[in-house]
Design a protein around this ligand. Structure first.
Ligand code: ADP
Ligand code: MG
Length: 361
C-alpha cells in the first residue's frame, strides 16, 4: 500500500518547467530523503505526491491507485510542514481531532486515536494547551500527531525541523527516526540539511535543478558520489577537488594543476580514462593520510596555511599548487603554519570526475 511511484512527471510554473520527466520509485516502508539546495524542486516534488501541486505530464501512483487527480485527503498521505500549520485557536486535542471530526468519525474512535498519537509523541500533558503555549519542538510534535491520528500509509515531511534550534532539531530527528522504525510507514522527507539526510534516510534522492542526481543509500552517496555536484554537496567539510590532466590513460597517470604526476592505479573506474582528458580528483578531508604513507598511497607536497582545532579533531588547511586542501587529523601537535607537509591518499578510496560533464569516472 505504501509504494509511491512518480511516473515520468513534468511540473511547470507558467512556461518554466521546474521538473521534467522525473521518475522515482519508492518501496513500501522506505524512508526517502529529498536532499538539495534551496530552489532545486524538493517541495515541488513532494507537493505533487501530496496533491498540492498539479503535474502537467506523467502520473503519481500510491499503492494500487493512480492518484494523479485525487484530492490530498483521498491519497492516504499525511503532511508535516516547516511552519507547523496548526489552528491557533484550537487546543492540541482539537488540532489532533479536527480532521477526524470533519470526516464524521465516531467520538470514541477519535478519542482512542488521539490518545494513541499523544502517547507515541509524548504530548499527553499538552493536550489542553493552545499552540501559542507550546515550544517549537512541541508544536512540530503536534503537527506530526495530526498525520499520525489519520493512520496514513505515507508520511510527507517538508523541512519539519528547520524552525527549531540545534539541540531540539537533533532530538526530534532521533524521534522521527524512531517513529519510522515503530510504524514502518513509508516516509518522504525534504531537507537541505545533509546531516538529516545521512542520518535518517534509507535512500537519499540528491536533487539539483529539478533533476535527481543520485538515488542511493547514504553510505553509497557518500562513498561513491555519482557526479561532481553530489560530491561537493554531501560531506562537511566538503570534498577537496584537485584539477588534473590525464597523461597516460592506461596507467591512470594524471598531472595535477600544480605539476605533480600521480598514478591513480587502484581506482575502480566506471568510465575509461582518455589521454588529455581533464579531470578532478576528489578527496574527502578524512581520506588524507598525514603520517606515514601506506603501501600504494599517492603523495602530494603541500604547505600548511592554517591549523583549525575543532574539539575532538583538527582541520589542516594546506596548499598544493593553487589548490587548497583540508585534511582532518585527530591530533594536530607538530603541524604548524607555513611548514611543508606531505599528504597521501589511497586511490581506491577517492573519487574522480570528468571536468566537463562532472560525471564520476
Ligand atoms: P525547494 O523546495 O527545493 O527549495 P521549490 O520546489 O520550492 O524548491 O521550488 C523549485 C523552483 O520553482 C524554484 O526555482 C522556485 O522559485 C520555483 N517556484 C516554486 N513555487 C513557485 C510558484 N508558485 N510559482 C513560480 N515559481 C515557483
Ligand atoms: Mg522547499
Amino acid at each position: 500500500m505504501g509504494v509511491v511511484h512518480a511516473r515520468n512527471i513534468t511540473v511547470a510554473y507558467g512556461a518554466f518547467k521546474v521538473i521534467e520527466n522525473l521518475e522515482m520509485h519508492i518501496e513500501e516502508g522506505e524512508f526517502i530523503v529529498l536532499l538539495g539546495p534551496s530552489g532545486c524542486g524538493k517541495s515541488t516534488l513532494l507537493n505533487c505526491v501530496a496533491g498540492l501541486q498539479e503535474v502537467v505530464e506523467g502520473q503519481i501512483w500510491i499503492g494500487e491507485n493512480n492518484v494523479t487527480w485525487a484530492a490530498p485527503k483521498d491519497r492516504g498521505i499525511g503532511m508535516v510542514f516547516q511552519s507547523y500549520a496548526l489552528y491557533p485557536r484550537m487546543t492540541v486535542r482539537e488540532n489532533l481531532s479536527f480532521g477526524l471530526r470533519m470526516s464524521g468519525m465516531a467520538k470514541p474512535e477519535i478519542a482512542e486515536r488521539v490518545a494513541r498519537a499523544a502517547d507515541i509523541l509524548q504530548i499527553e500533558n499538552l493536550l489542553d494547551r493552545r499552540p501559542s503555549e507550546l515550544s517549537g519542538g512541541q508544536r512540530q510534535r503536534v503537527a506530526i500527531g495530526r498525520a499520525l491520528v489519520r493512520d496514513v500509509e505515507v508520511f510527507l515531511f517538508d523541512e519539519p525541523l528547520s524552525n527549531l534550534d540545534a539541540k531540539l532539531r537533533t532530538e526530534l530527528r532521533v524521534e522521527i527516526k524512531k517513529l519510522h522504525h515503530d510504524l514502518g510507514s513509508t516516509m518522504i522527507y525534504v531537507t537541505h540539511d545533509q546531516i538529516e539526510a545521512l542520518t535518517l534516510a534509507d535512500k537519499i534522492a540528491v536533487m539539483y535543478k529539478g533533476v535527481i542526481q543520485q538515488f542511493a543509500p547514504p553510505k553509497e552517496v557518500y562513498a561513491r558520489p555519482a557526479n561532481r555536484f553530489v560530491a561537493g554537496f554531501v560531506g562537511s567539510p566538503a570534498m577537496n577537488f584537485i584539477e588534473a590532466r590525464v597523461v597516460d590513460a592506461k596507467a591512470m597517470t594524471v598531472k595535477t594543476e600544480g605539476g605533480t604526476k600521480i598514478s591513480l592505479a587502484g581506482y575502480a573506474a566506471e568510465r575509461a580514462f582518455v589521454d588529455g582528458q581533464r579531470v578532478e580528483v576528489g578527496v574527502r578531508p578524512e581520506q588524507w593520510i598525514v603520517d606515514e604513507a601506506p603501501e600504494g598511497a599517492v603523495s602530494l607536497d603541500t604547505v600548511i596555511s592554517v591549523v583549525e582545532p575543532m574539539g575532538p579533531e583538527s582541520l589542516i588547511w594546506a596548499k598544493t599548487g593553487n589548490t587548497t586542501i583540508t585534511a582532518k587529523v585527530l591530533d594536530d601537535t607538530g603541524y604548524d603554519e607555513d611548514q611543508p607537509l606531505q599528504v597521501h591518499f589511497l586511490p581506491e578510496q577517492i573519487s574522480v570526475f570528468d571536468l566537463k560533464s562532472g560525471k564520476r569516472m
